[in-house]
Design a protein around this ligand. Structure first.
Ligand code: ADP
Ligand code: MG
Length: 250
């Protein structure tokens, strides 16, 4: 093991939507470069909210988020800080949210030409490499309506990678897919993990988390209730709520 480089730090993070909806409560978490973090937990426990807070799609109530060299404090930050923070991560959603009037290639190029202001030629070259990486180069000229859900999600992953994020955030990337299409998307995520892509993955696929994650978090009631290796969390769970959760999903 080399020296570990801290990439993400979450300090005393709180999110309350209103007085009666206190979703995240004092989350503290440090994630190193190349870690593959899986987040498990019952629905409604704040997993999506936590991911969304990381790029300020949801603005936290309190707390500090640091990714790479940018730190954003919920109670004292500028628009510019948020723009900088967002450059450091990208999110892959449950639904693929591709532009329907653009081909697979154009969908991936969009982030490069519009956000990063790359030339069309440069954007196309990078986009083709990324489509190749997710096994979609043969369908580069297909529109989303001509692609299966799994194929669309793989294009979505290529698009998320296009901006060269420090960390990729996946929010239940396979839960909208027909069961027979889940495997191809998980394989794509697995190959990214094997390349050392730092990622945080909210998933219900316990077996996949066990296999691919370097570390698993169990969230319960807006807190991180357990944090450990896949062996610790899945094979030898100590937390009673985690035991109950694993019994329920298995
Ligand atoms: P999970 O992803 O673990 O299922 P979420 O983070 O989506 O949980 O939601 C956690 C809680 O926050 C839920 O009770 C949900 O209803 C509430 N919540 C999420 N987004 C909002 C919002 N925009 N406004 C009000 N409440 C919300
Ligand atoms: Mg969710």
């Amino acid at each position: 093991m080399g020296t570990e480089t801290q990439l993400v730090k979450i300090e005393h993070l709180y999110k309350e939507f209103d007085e009666n909806t206190k979703v995240l409560s004092d989350i503290n978490l440090t994630i190193n470069k190349n870690e593959v973090i899986a987040i498990l937990g019952p629905s409604g426990t704040g997993k999506s909210t936590l991911l969304r807070c990381l790029n300020y799609l949801t603005v936290p109530t309190k707390g500090k988020i640091t990714i790479g060299d940018i730190a954003v404090d919920a109670e004292n930050h500028s628009k510019k800080d948020v723009i900088e923070l967002r450059k450091h991560s990208s999110m892959v959603f449950q639904g693929y949210n591709l532009f329907k009037n653009k081909t697979a290639l154009e969908n991936v190029m969009e982030a490069l030409t519009v956000v990063q202001k790359k030339s069309k030629a440069d954007a196309e070259k990078i986009a083709l490499e990324l489509l190749d990486k997710v096994g979609m180069s043969e369908r580069k000229d297909f529109y989303p309506s001509k692609l299966s859900g799994g194929q669309q999600q793989r294009v979505g992953i290529a698009r998320a990678l296009a901006v060269n994020p420090n960390v990729v955030l996946f929010d239940e990337p396979t839960s909208a897919l027909d069961p027979e299409l889940v495997g191809e998307v998980l394989n794509t995520i697995k190959s990214l993990a094997e390349e050392g892509t730092t990622m945080i993955l909210v998933t219900h696929e316990i077996g996949f988390a066990r296999e691919v994650a370097t570390r698993i978090l169990f969230m319960d009631g807006g807190k991180i209730a357990a944090d450990g290796t896949p062996e610790e969390i899945i094979d030898h769970p100590e937390n009673p709520r985690l035991q109950q959760f694993l019994n329920f999903v298995n």
